[in-house]
Design a protein around this ligand. Structure first.
Ligand code: ISL
Ligand code: CA
Length: 552
């Protein structure tokens, strides 16, 4: 495969609202990010992906954009943004931005004009349809609950919104809309940003407006909403008109992107995107009713997602490696152990990610092992998805205690509580009142405490990222899962002409004696300091022990 800087990079995702508040209004902001650039650099990060900072009424925390050419007041000004970009580049890092173009805010000037009359030249920028027998045009539901259509009395038509009621979907069939998007992308790229993470890019081409015949929402996503007939044509056009003209990286986000269709987005010959975020492991514990109907999953299922994607893309396209982001639970709580073996298991996940083929994405707070939060009252939650589902269950008279448990496990606010910088008031995140409460475990889990502890999760991230930098084989070498059926151990091998790496991860809270031939391998790094307990074809692993070994 071609070698490129973005394949060799480690990315750090920032959700600016929750990162660092610089002016005491309780909301993280761009100046707050600037204050932390040296910290981010100290982790060994190459690329920062920043979630949306554009002008927005914040119905969906910035994913509802009212002006793509301006910065949200709470976050600062365009001068602040320029200062941030310069600061990132001065430190030898790169900055990629969120590109949210499946929908805008209903407060975007385009939509205001589109809605103003059926004759408006911008009417066709959005998806307007006549109702059917007194109801909406079809039975589609939005991702966040309720009908995907809103009735506009003045014109007697409905507009489509796959997300919140304030996020009308753009009409990508209209070439002028695509031109507007490309022009806007060039504006940011000409400013010097280094690429885009493309929000729900799998949804931009709609496949007609028939009723969905599917009961399960995930099935509707895959078979009705996502990967529409023109999505690849649009992405090729975008690549030709914009992306190919810059030295940048792109990562497309996509519900409905799966093993069958995912390769096409990132196949290097197709000239579309560099990487995608697929959701195989993110939906792994979703039951028939979706994320708030959580079901258990097994380690073999989890491993299979990574192996399948690696096999699928090998030699053709590039993978993204991530375990969490601002939409999903905290990774230590979800895939590891946030209690007795908190530090060990958080380090295990780090070692796993940094030893895989693909570009790893670290979500803010993962580097200190931040955990899920369990607020007692729904009033302490902010996320529109969480609030909508609570309202829906209340109206239907369903068991709200059960729902609160599911929210504690799956809600998006788990990932959105402020970053825990210190044990000072509000975890050092703000001197004011935070927009969402800080996780009460900040006195134990915070950056400052981990800075001074050489054995901390934070310092392990630094070491492990350095190990990856020192061993390009960890970026490019082939991958194989040595024991896919094991319920306890994830053991995989990476190899190329230079060397072989062996990764062994104990996903249990017990000692585990594992049979493996590790003759000739030496330990590179592990999450326990003691030398490797290896002999006679057996390795004795401690709870959540993770080890990377190398044979040259
Ligand atoms: O978290 C989810 C819903 O349970 C995901 O399905 C999520 O909605 C989906 O991955 C799309 O997410 C992206 O677009 C949304 C925005 O709310 C998310 O924050 C963003 O990451 C709409 O713009
Ligand atoms: Ca602020």
């Amino acid at each position: 495969m071609n070698k490129t800087w973005w394949k060799e990079s480690v990315v750090y995702q920032i959700y600016p609202r929750s990162y660092k508040d610089s002016n005491g209004d309780g909301i993280g902001d761009i100046q707050g990010v600037i204050q932390k650039l040296d910290y981010i650099k100290s982790l060994g990060i190459d690329v920062i992906w920043m979630c949306p900072v554009y002008k927005s009424p914040n119905d969906d925390n910035g994913y509802d954009i009212a002006d793509y050419y301006d910065i949200m007041d709470e976050f600062g000004t365009m001068d602040d943004f320029d200062e941030l970009l310069a600061g990132v580049h001065e430190r030898g890092m790169r900055l990629i931005m969120d590109l949210v173009v499946n929908h805008t805010s209903d407060e975007h000037a385009w939509f205001v004009e589109s809605k103003s009359s059926k004759e408006s030249p911008k009417r066709d920028y959005y998806i307007w349809k006549k109702g059917i027998s007194g109801g909406p045009p079809n039975n589609w539901q939005s991702f966040f609950g309720g009908d995907a259509w809103i009735y506009d009395k003045a014109s007697d038509e409905y507009f489509l919104h796959l997300f919140t009621t304030k996020q009308p979907d753009l009409n990508w069939e209209n070439p002028t809309v695509r031109e507007e998007v490309y022009t806007m992308m060039k504006y940011w790229l000409d400013k010097g940003i280094d690429g885009f993470r493309m929000d729900v890019i799998s949804l931009i081409s709609k496949r007609g407006y028939d009723d969905t015949p599917y009961q399960e929402f995930n099935e509707t996503i895959e078979k009705v909403y996502a990967n529409g007939p023109r999505v690849h044509e649009f992405l090729k056009e975008m690549n030709r008109e914009v992306l190919s003209k810059y030295d940048i990286m792109t990562v497309g986000e996509g519900p409905g992107i799966n093993l069958d269709n995912g390769g096409k987005y990132v196949n290097e010959e197709e000239k579309e995107l560099d990487m995608v975020f697929q959701f195989g492991h993110m939906f792994i514990d979703h039951g028939p009713e979706g994320k708030f109907d959580p079901v258990p999953y097994s380690l073999p299922q989890f491993k299979k997602v990574f192996s399948d994607w690696d096999n699928k893309l090998a030699g053709k396209g590039w993978n993204s490696i991530f375990l969490g982001n601002h939409d999903f639970p905290r990774i230590t709580s979800r895939f590891a152990n946030d209690q007795e073996f908190h530090a060990e298991s958080a380090k295990l996940l780090c070692l796993m990610m940094m030893s895989m083929r693909g570009t790893p994405y670290v979500y803010q707070g993962e580097e200190i092992g931040m955990t899920n939060v369990a607020f007692d009252s729904i009033d302490d939650y902010d996320d529109i998805e969480t609030k909508n589902v609570y309202k829906e269950w209340s109206e239907k008279g369903k068991d709200l205690n059960l729902l609160m448990k599911a929210i504690h496990q799956q809600g998006r606010d788990n990932a959105r509580t402020p970053v825990q910088w210190s044990d000072q008031v509000n975890a050092g995140y703000t001197s004011g009142t935070p927009w969402i409460k800080v996780n009460p475990n900040y006195p134990q889990i915070n950056v400052l405490a981990q800075e001074t502890d050489s054995d901390s999760i934070l310092n392990f991230y630094r070491e492990m990222i350095q190990v990856r930098k020192d061993n390009p084989s960890l970026v490019y070498a082939d991958y194989v899962d040595l024991d896919p059926m094991s319920e306890s151990i994830y053991a995989f091998k990476r190899w190329d002409d230079e060397c072989e790496h062996l990764v062994i991860l104990n996903f249990t809270s017990e000692d585990y004696v594992y049979n493996i031939d590790a003759q000739g391998f030496e330990k590179v790094i592990g999450n326990y300091k003691a030398p490797l307990a290896y002999g006679s074809g057996q390795i004795t692993l401690k709870p959540w022990e993770a080890v990377l070994m190398k044979k040259s």
